[in-house]
Write a protein that binds this ligand. Sequence first.
Ligand code: URA
Length: 239
Amino acid sequence: MSKLALDRILQSQGFGTRKWCQHLIADGEVDIAGETVTDSRTIFETDGFEFRVYGEPWTFREHIYIVLNKPADYECSRKPSHHPGVLSLLPEQFSLRDVQPVGRLDHDTTGLLLMSDDGAFIHAQSSPKRHVPKIYAATTHDPVTPKLIEHLLAGVKLHDEPTPLSAVVCEMLDTHTLKIVLEQGKYHQVKRMLAAAGNHCTALRRTGIGGLHLDALELKEGEWRYLDDVQLGLLAGTP
Ligand code: URA
């Protein structure tokens, strides 16, 4: 439980500098349970605190954990160069809170992208030591063959990796689609593994991380959602 002044609460939630938040409050743009509060020094209990800014409802969150169904042609980089950044799909308050992608998907990869402003969570999720399974559906240029699957399960050597990398699961979904589960997150890993195994990836979608599956979240491309504790718990689970 912690108590904070209203200006500090707004600042912590990404509404701008403390001074800017004081102006918002003084201008009557903030209300709590239908009552406009104009004194920015008013103290509130932050746990579960609900407020409106410009009439839009918000709930206080110490940290943000979200899942985005990433569309193609968005970059995960914080300074995107050729395409808009994924942050442009989220409320602008999230950028001010320093929400960032947990790991990266290529600009043309679609699907499940975790984002957070909790450094410890980002670090833990990205750590190679945790072996969090990432599940992909990869469309291939040439038909999927049993030999290709064997090859990816046995491991393929990528030129800048000291040891071969293998898929922990690799199954044919249809003639030109593979389900591939990886426990590492190397640069362009799926695409490079497919190329090293003699095929070519023409489209890539991340469908899950651990036990969290995009299908179950019912998010259209470009849509995002806060993760609840149960969903966060699924991240470490089995695919
Ligand atoms: N592997 C790739 O090749 N690209 C991604 O975006 C993710 C995994």
